[in-house]
Design a protein around this ligand. Structure first.
Ligand SMILES: [Zn+2]
Ligand SMILES: [Zn+2]
Length: 320
């Protein structure tokens, strides 16, 4: 067969309905169309074209599916797997022809595969080929980038931890605690938002796009053009939220650093007077020479002059 096979030449073949009459649709169990099979209109060998109805792409959101219509147009590449030689005697496993077919979605259609009714879909179909050829690689790449985003988000907890560390609140009033804690939480939330926006702008959000008919295909193709515009907006939002987050974090740090703290409590002591009576409580600043002032747990302040002072010891609580 190889000697009388048509020479290989890459190019579009303007196919007619008659040349596609024998073509069949591969629809396993009556479900979605997965492929079309028939004779190559150029070389006459049997060929098959897979026609996916969806693929993973990077959109800004899931596309809302419009009302389904009745046809699905695809580029069909000759994949006859028979030898064809080009003018330079190089051998190919295809005659190099490609053509446009329109597949009628109605399962009861007698002629389900036809010549394309709308050749203007070609740029969209080329874009689909491009995206599906690099689909797996770009999805993996995107996933790797998003891992970095998740890492950055987790890192925020460390940043907030510095502000709301265990000892940061010691001696702070309830207002100051509320201010610092609330601002730190808000800052973390704003920062998370900023990171998500920035990553969405840079790498898109993986979505599965349905291109099961020509209307969906056109919609996807048009949506791609607005992608850049959306990315610019998202990047701007990302930067703005990052700045807001930074500002809020400064407020949180300011609350911890500059809010006046209550003066530290004196030590808890137990004083035994020379007459063996005991005073237990918090040591206060003295107001006179040669005297201790001790605030008892009930709030009463007792004065102990140094002349009646016996042993003094630190205690952890005033039991008696
Ligand atoms: Zn062939
Ligand atoms: Zn062919």
């Amino acid at each position: 067969m190889a000697h009388d096979a048509v020479p290989f030449q890459y190019g579009q073949y303007l196919v007619t309905d008659e040349e596609l009459t024998g073509w069949t649709v591969d629809r396993p169990d009556g479900g979605d169309i997965v492929a079309v099979t028939g004779l190559c209109p150029n070389c006459g060998h049997t060929t098959r074209q897979d026609v996916g109805e969806s693929f993973g792409a990077f959109g800004q959101s899931g596309l809302a599916a419009p009302a389904p219509i009745e046809r699905m147009t695809r580029i069909c590449d000759c994949a006859c797997n028979k030898e064809h030689r080009d003018t330079g005697a190089q051998t190919f496993r295809s005659c190099g022809s490609w053509w446009l077919v329109t597949i009628v979605l109605d399962a009861n259609e007698a002629a389900p595969v036809r010549a394309a009714t709308d050749a203007s879909l070609l740029p969209a179909l080329r874009a689909v080929q491009e995206v599906t050829a690099t689909e797996e690689g770009s999805l993996r790449l995107s996933a790797e980038k998003w891992i970095a985003a998740v890492t950055a988000l987790v890192g925020l907890f460390g940043l907030v931890g510095v502000v709301v560390g265990k000892d940061a609140f010691t001696g702070l009033s309830a207002w100051a605690r509320g201010c610092a804690g609330g601002a730190a939480l808000l800052a973390a939330g704003f920062a998370a938002r900023a990171i998500v926006y920035a990553y969405q702008a840079a790498y898109g959000w993986p979505v599965v796009v349905n291109i099961g008919n020509d209307q969906l295909l056109t919609k996807w193709f048009e949506g791609r053009r607005t992608h850049l515009q959306n990315a610019v907006g998202q990047l701007r939002k990302g930067v703005i939220w990052a700045l807001i987050s930074l500002g809020t974090l400064v407020v949180a740090v300011g609350c911890v650093w500059f809010w006046p703290r209550s003066s530290p409590e004196g030590p808890l002591i137990e004083v035994t007077r020379t007459d063996d009576s005991k005073v237990c409580g918090t040591l206060l600043d003295s107001k006179t020479d040669r005297g201790l002032r001790i605030r008892r747990p009930n709030g009463a302040v007792a004065a102990v002059s140094t002349t009646s002072l016996g042993p003094v010891k630190n205690v952890s609580s005033c039991d008696a």
